[in-house]
Design a protein around this ligand. Structure first.
Ligand code: AMP
Length: 215
């Protein structure tokens, strides 16, 4: 099973991908996470990507497609893939077809999380994660049960993404509208797209995606 989660920043792709990993033993392939790891490790890719990401613009197609290919090669052939934040351009969508075909995989579903853009800025600028285990929280919608202590691992350090500020979020949304939304019709023509209301409660969204995966 190979699925793409598509939707603007803040639509819940990362959260849903993590839940599918837990539920189905699939693997999350998030180019955003891969790039953040590269920036942290100060690799050549990281050094190239850092400023672009801080502006909220898109990193080059070649870089992200190479990352995806490497990550797929590191997985067992029978492990399902959830693409989160990739592809983001028509060129990446085309590359993905070749990358999958070369590995005997094919795309099963493209799940589009529909969201109200006005709500996204609040969703994104309030979000933060546990620095130890990565569990996600939100200033307004989901605080830890004990202030300052992670519910999942007991960690006390939390972090925010540097690109989760309002100005950068607006650029990221503009990038989504201009470059990513136009790839949907390509997948619609192949009858792969399933639309889900990404503003529904998180558990409902997970249930709907799970139902699509189970067929
Ligand atoms: P994300 O975590 O998916 O929101 O990605 C964070 C940032 O990483 C984006 O704003 C881009 O700068 C970069 N990025 C992540 N995935 C891609 C991609 N598929 N193509 C180009 N840039 C990407």
């Amino acid at each position: 099973m190979n699925i793409i989660l598509l939707g603007p920043p803040g639509a819940g792709k990362g959260t849903q991908a993590q839940r599918l990993v837990e539920r189905f033993g699939m693997r999350q392939l998030s180019t955003g996470d891969m790039l953040r790891a590269a920036v942290k490790a100060q690799t050549a890719v990281g050094l190239q990507a850092k400023a672009v990401m801080e502006r909220g613009e898109l990193v080059s197609d070649e870089i992200v497609s190479a990352l995806i290919g490497e990550e797929l090669d590191a997985m067992g052939p029978s492990v399902g893939a959830i693409f989160d934040g990739y592809p983001r351009t028509a060129a990446q969508a085309e590359s993905l077809d070749g990358i999958l075909a070369a590995r005997g995989r094919q795309l099963d579903h493209v799940i589009e999380l529909g969201v109200d853009e006005d709500a996204l800025v609040e969703r994104i600028t309030g979000r933060y994660t546990c620095a130890t285990c990565g569990k996600g929280y939100h200033d307004t919608f989901e605080q830890p049960k004990v202030a300052g202590v992670c519910d999942k691992c007991g960690g006390t350090e939390f972090k925010r993404r540097p690109d989760d500020n309002e100005a950068t979020v607006r650029t990221r949304m503009a990038e989504y509208r201009a470059k990513t939304a136009p790839i949907l019709p390509l997948y619609e023509a192949r009858d792969l797209v399933k639309q889900i209301d990404g503003m529904a409660p998180m558990d409902d969204v997970t249930g709907k995606i799970a139902a699509i995966i189970k067929g």
